[in-house]
Structures are given as structure tokens and as C-alpha cells.
Design a protein around this ligand. Structure first.
Ligand SMILES: *[C@@H]1O[C@H](CO)[C@@H](O)[C@H](O)[C@H]1NC(C)=O
Ligand SMILES: *[C@@H]1O[C@H](CO)[C@@H](O)[C@H](O)[C@H]1NC(C)=O
Ligand SMILES: *[C@@H]1O[C@H](CO)[C@@H](O)[C@H](O)[C@H]1NC(C)=O
Length: 505
């Protein structure tokens, strides 16, 4: 959450401290305790509700909401007086509450990233430092995530480097105290974080939301993990807090903000506060802070075998697709993602035995072909097309990389997805066209033969909905004999399928 600086002055006023009263019961008998507390505190709560109501319905709040076309019903005053309803059944998108860190200054521009993934089933707010007036004709923002202004209480805390980090760390408190019903997970992210919500739901549903969980990803650049922390979810990649943990964190937040004023980021303040509660960081490999510089290609073409949950920092990186800007690139990626969310960016490798070519598919994104033999390990090791985030060095990263060889003949020929569609009986087709990565000219016959292949068609069955609930195993692919004559030279047909039990790549 470092990208957000901004930060308007607000008048200081003492914020209401609700969180410590409204803890989330972890055991049935806690409900009784809670009920008793509620009975005793009824009068107080009623008055607190009134204060809240007055706060939310003050003229400035009303103007602000009208400006955005928000419904004030999103803040349920009544719910505060009731114990949370027991949540049963599988986790779906409506159980996730997104708390997005934004800043008024950059919101209109950054809202493009959220519009890519925001749907009418997603719940949450982007928290800004001050209200923004959104132009009438800006449909993207108007129908996207609703905005809220952070409670101004944050301005009383000390800070050493980034003032906005205090406010952003505190949006978990802002979000929790709304006490919205049926929230199992609070998911934090930046205004330039792109979430793949189907996969986020899939990942979170593996965990018991009634227990305390802190789930996310750390930085790709070792220098960042060393400087900040390894045992911490980097905010831009997004991270999830189960409701019981969010309750504890919201209650502890203000004290933590006093104690950890010397940290740079909001995410590190949150991590330190969670570590006081005694809850460890759980890493999921699909959250991507993308603390890298330059071209993310090599990394995204060799995604770890885990569902893609988020992408971040794309505004600072070379666009994913040649001849497209970052937003157009993401729009392109969303098409195959909606067809088969489990499979997006999943890497599948095979060899063309006749021609001795090595083929690597990053589904829905790109294909790399090499005119020589590479092992499965080499193919799954990202080609280092990028540098580290802070010092633009050649590493180290938290994963292995292989260098982009200086000889153009040893570099891959690359193809980029330009179409995706459903086919009958739960299948998909994706097309990839040759795309220039400026990897230089190689005059060797085999390379020339490869560059004659202009288009690749990939067919696959949609992944089993249980795919990520089983022990992970990469799928296999094979080169199909398709077209004859001239077209055969120009087109290639690949089929993705489950590997046979004894099959090796
Ligand atoms: C999510 O699950 C709840 C039950 O816990 C159900 O009432 C709701 O309709 C579901 N929402 C979606 C979007 O599937
Ligand atoms: C939500 O969006 C879907 C399509 O994106 C639409 O079919 C549905 O009617 C919408 N629901 C509401 C409540 O607007
Ligand atoms: C909205 O209108 C302003 C001028 O009135 C124009 O400059 C801007 O490009 C328009 N934006 C969109 C998204 O149409």
C-alpha cells in the first residue's frame, strides 16, 4: 500500500471506539456473554447508534453520498445492536468485504483498475482521504466500488515517513466498525490491485473463517522482504483477514498505530499488530505484489502452480501484451478468465518431439516456443525479463530465475492470446498470435521455420471445479496433427489435457 500518498487535512475529533464492545464470538457460549453485554449496554448502544446515524447523515455526508449515487442503507445501524448471525454454507463472493486503499488525488484514474473486477455481487468500499467529485460522464467510476472517506481520527497518530500509511492501516478499523452482516473475510487491497475474485473465493474457502487467519503474499524482491519483513502480507498484492481476526485487529489498531509509527507502510503496521495477537502469516502463492521492474513477462509466463488471485503494480510495469496499454492488457486477460477462472495463467509444458521444440503455455496469456530441448524444471523457472523493485538489480528474488540468453537463437519465440471462446461440452478454445518481444533476429533454419508459425490454437476442457481442492498437478499438452500443406506451416494446434498417471513432461 505504498502507492498511496495524498492525504488531506481533516479537523480532529475523537473517534468512536466501538470495536472492543463488538467482538466476534468464537464459541457459542460467547454469544451469551455478548447478549448480556448488549442488554446492559442497550441504552449506550442506542445513543451510539444515534451518534453514528448523525455522523453518517450529516449534511456533508449526504452531499458526498449523493455525489456518488450511493445508498446510505449500506451502513446498517440496526445490525449493530444484534449479535452476528451464524454463517453457514460454502463461502461465496458476498461473504467477502473489500477494503480498498485509495486517495482522492488519484482515485478517478485508479478506478479503472477496480472497474475491471468489480461486479454487482462484490461488497466493499474504497477509502479516500477526502471526497472526490466524480464527473457526470464518468460511467466507469459511477458504477464501480462505492467510496467512503476515512474517519478523520487517523490524523492524530504519529508517523515517520508516510503519513497516508497511518490512514490506510486504519481502514480495517473503518471497515470493521460498519458491522455489516455476513462478512466472513475482510480483504484489503490498493486502488491498483486487480483481484481475480472467483479464485480469491476458492482460496479463502479452504480456510475456516471462524478462526483467525491472515492470508496473502510477500514481495518478489528479496531486498524488500529484508527491508520490511518476510512474515508479512504486502498490501498491494492484497490480503485477507478472517472476521474474528479483523475484530481483534480493529480493537488493537489504535494502540498499534501509536507503537509502530516508525514503519514505512501500512501493511507492516498491520503485520506487527497481528503478530501481537499471535497469528502467523499464511502465504498463498496466487497473491502478487509484483515488486519487480521492467517486463513482468517471464514471471507471468511461468506462474506458480496456484490459482491466480491478484496482480498489482501493473501501472509501473511494461504492459503484459505488446501494443496494448496496461488496462487493455487486463481487459484481454479477463476474457479467458471468465471462461475458466481456475486455469488463468496456469503453465502447461510439452515438447514437439518431431521438431525437438520446447513449448510452454501460460493459459489465456502467452506461449513460448524454443527450438531446442528444455527440461520441465527449466521451463517452470521464470525467464528473467525484470529487475528488482527497489534497486533495479538482477536479483535475488524469492524464486529462481533463468537469464534471458544474449544469443537471439536461444531466446523463445513468443505468442500472445488474442481470442478465447467456449466450445461445446465444457471446452474452451484460445488463440495466440506471434508477438514481437524484441528478442533479436536469429538466422538459423530451425528458428526461421518456427517463426513461420504465426498462430496457435489451444483447446482444453474446462478445469474440474474441484481442481484446486486436490493435490496440485500440472496438466499436459500435446501437438496435434491438424491442417495440411501451407496452413500447417503457419498454424499450430495444441491440446491441453490431464496428464496420464505415468506420463512425464
Ligand atoms: C452466498 O451464500 C449465502 C448463504 O451463506 C446465500 O444466501 C447467498 O445467496 C450466496 N450469494 C451468492 C452471490 O452466491
Ligand atoms: C448483476 O449483473 C448481472 C450481469 O452482470 C445481471 O444479470 C444481474 O441482473 C445484475 N444484478 C443486479 C441486482 O443488478
Ligand atoms: C467528460 O467530459 C469532459 C469535458 O466535459 C471531457 O474532458 C472528458 O474527456 C469526458 N470523460 C469521459 C470519460 O467521457
Amino acid at each position: 500500500m505504498k502507492a498511496n500518498r495524498g492525504g488531506g487535512e481533516h479537523g480532529q475529533h475523537e473517534a468512536l471506539k466501538l470495536s472492543s464492545f463488538f467482538f466476534m464470538p468464537e464459541r457459542p457460549r460467547d454469544y451469551l456473554v455478548l447478549f448480556t453485554r448488549f442488554s446492559v449496554l442497550t441504552c449506550l448502544i442506542v445513543s451510539v447508534s444515534l451518534v453514528l446515524r448523525a455522523t453518517f447523515l450529516s449534511p456533508s455526508a449526504r452531499d458526498y453520498s449523493t455525489t456518488y449515487g450511493l445508498k446510505l442503507t449500506a451502513v446498517p445501524q440496526k445490525a449493530i445492536a444484534l449479535p452476528p448471525s451464524a454463517s453457514v454454507g460454502p463461502t461465496n463472493i458476498s461473504h467477502i468485504f473489500f477494503s480498498i486503499a485509495g486517495a482522492a488525488e488519484t482515485w478517478i484514474d485508479r478506478s479503472q483498475y477496480i472497474s475491471l473486477w468489480w461486479r454487482n455481487t462484490t461488497r466493499g468500499f474504497v477509502w479516500l482521504d477526502e471526497p472526490v467529485k466524480i464527473p457526470e460522464n464518468h460511467s466507469d467510476v459511477r458504477f464501480s466500488i462505492p467510496t467512503r472517506v476515512s474517519d478523520p481520527g487517523w490524523t492524530r497518530f504519529k508517523f515517520s515517513s508516510s503519513r497516508a500509511a497511518v490512514r490506510i492501516a486504519r481502514i480495517i478499523w473503518d471497515s470493521y466498525r460498519l458491522n455489516l452482516p455476513n462478512v466472513r473475510w475482510f480483504v484489503m487491497g490498493d486502488d491498483d490491485t486487480v483481484f481475480f475474485t472467483e479464485n480469491l473465493v476458492k482460496v479463502l474457502s479452504k480456510y475456516d473463517h471462524e478462526q483467525m487467519w491472515y492470508i496473502g503474499g510477500n514481495s518478489e524482491s528479496v531486498e524488500q522482504d529484508v527491508m520490511h519483513a518476510y512474515d508479512m502480507a504486502f498490501g498491494g498484492g492484497g490480503f485477507a483477514l478472517s472476521r474474528p481476526l479483523a475484530a481483534r485487529l480493529a480493537a488493537a489498531m489504535d494502540d498499534c498505530l501509536q507503537r509502530y509509527f516508525y514503519f514505512y507502510g501500512s501493511d507492516q503496521r498491520i503485520a506487527s499488530c497481528i503478530s501481537e495477537i499471535g497469528v502467523p502469516f499464511t502465504e498463498e502463492r496466487g497473491f502478487h505484489q509484483l515488486d519487480i521492474r521492467g517486463d513482468p513477462y517471464g514471471f507471468l509466463a511461468a506462474h506458480p502452480l496456484a490459482p491466480l488471485v491478484s496482480l498489482h503494480h501493473l501501472v509501473y510495469l511494461d504492459p503484459m501484451f505488446p501494443n496494448k496499454n496496461p488496462i487493455e492488457s487486463l481487459q484481454t486477460l479477463m476474457k479467458p478468465y471468465t471462461l475458466d477462472p481456475n486455469r488463468i495463467l496456469q503453465q502447461i509444458n510439452c515438447h514437439d518431439r518431431k521438431r525437438q521444440w520446447s513449448i510452454s503455455i501460460s493459459w489465456g496469456y502467452t506461449i513460448q516456443i524454443y527450438t531446442y530441448f528444455l527440461t520441465a524444471t527449466e521451463l517452470t523457472t521464470p525467464l528473467q525479463t525484470f529487475k528488482t523493485w527497489r534497486s533495479s538489480s538482477d536479483g535475488p528474488f524469492v524464486f529462481n530465475t533463468r537469464p534471458l540468453k544474449p544469443d537471439p537463437c536461444e531466446r523463445p519465440v513468443t505468442y500472445f492470446m488474442d481470442g478465447a471462446e467456449d466450445v461445446r461440452d465444457s471446452g474452451t478454445k484460445t488463440w495466440y498470435s506471434i508477438g514481437d518481444k524484441n528478442y533479436g533476429h536469429c538466422g538459423k533454419i530451425e528458428h526461421t521455420r518456427l517463426t513461420k508459425v504465426k498462430r496457435i490454437l489451444v483447446t482444453s476442457m474446462k478445469t474440474d471445479p474441484e481442481y484446486w481442492n486436490k493435490a496440485p498437478r500440472r496438466q499436459c499438452c500435446e501437438v496435434m496433427e491438424g491442417k495440411v500443406g501451407k496452413r500447417k506451416e503457419k498454424e499450430m494446434l495444441l491440446r491441453i489435457r490431464k496428464c496420464r498417471s505415468l506420463e512425464k513432461i
